[in-house]
Write a protein that binds this ligand. Structure first.
Ligand code: SF4
Length: 264
């Protein structure tokens, strides 16, 4: 078994960490992005969109970059996927949108969709502008359990629709997979937290960390205090079977889709 002293002996010098774990590739600059965007053929019924799990209008945002409307490109992305910045860093684009890109057929290499997405979403965050605000208040309150990508995406969309949302998470920091499950060198400079902070700036979202379902509150509590509940937590699974989960039998839990028109 490896001892603590063995690990200590293999550590990098303090100053080497910044170099070893910094961003592997810097974001495209404006000229690089426009050159890359010009390679897009703006396909009708674009295969890259069909391959994107979040359905981003890829030809549109690439066209917006090509014409100098980088903020508009960022909004096109974020309208479909509010975590577009993190996805631009960690999404396996080479097996999704970029694998489907028709440029592969003629030239053997796709439009660099992931890097263009990062260029656009980074520009939005760097601008300090907030693209979204809480919509006209509905007077309804929704509880979201889990402050990971699913829970926060749901909360953000509900806030823009005018709901007041309380997000509970058992961990001390929000972000879920993005904060706790992704190697830090893939999203350096505390990007996961910066993205969450930008997202929460929409207003109408009350984030309560350190509050765990089954330990600090129950489904019955949520049913009593809220108009609807969205369960977005990960249920622990062990090789001995599924971990403890609170019974939802008999509980009136309305699971909301995070898209407009959720029936409330
Ligand atoms: S498949 Fe490639 S060329 Fe066609 S719209 Fe998508 S990114 Fe552009």
């Amino acid at each position: 078994m490896t001892s603590a002293s063995d690990i200590s002996a293999g550590r990098l010098a303090a100053g080497a960490y910044d170099e070893a774990f910094c961003d592997l590739h810097a974001s495209l600059d404006q000229h690089e992005a426009r050159v890359a965007a010009e390679r897009c053929l703006f396909c009708y019924d674009a295969p890259c969109v069909n391959a994107c799990p979040t359905g981003i209008d890829i030809p549109l945002f690439i066209r917006q970059i090509a014409t100098g409307n980088v903020q508009g490109a960022g909004k096109t992305i974020l309208d479909s996927n509010i975590f577009g910045g993190m996805c631009a860093r960690v999404c396996p684009t080479e097996t999704l949108c970029e694998e489907a890109c028709v440029r592969n057929d003629a030239e053997g290499k796709p439009v660099i969709i992931g890097e263009l997405q990062r260029h656009a979403t980074d520009a939005v965050m760097a601008s300090g502008r907030q693209l979204y605000r809480q919509g006209p208040r509905t007077g309804k309150r929704v509880a979201v359990v889990g402050a990971g990508p699913a829970g926060l995406s749901c909360a953000h969309r509900l806030a823009t629709l005018g709901y007041d949302v309380v997000v509970f998470d058992g961990r001390p920091k929000p972000g879920g997979l993005n904060e706790h499950g992704i190697a830090s060198y893939k999203a350096p400079n505390n990007f996961a937290q910066a993205e969450v902070e930008w997202m929460l700036d929409v207003g109408g979202i009350d984030l309560r960390c350190g509050q765990m379902l089954g330990r600090d509150f129950t489904l019955a509590d949520l049913r009593r205090d809220f108009d609807a509940v969205f369960l977005a937590r990960v249920w622990p699974i062990t090789r001995h079977g599924r971990g403890h989960r609170p019974s939802i039998a008999g509980a009136l839990v309305r699971v909301l889709a995070c898209y407009a028109g959720a029936g409330m």
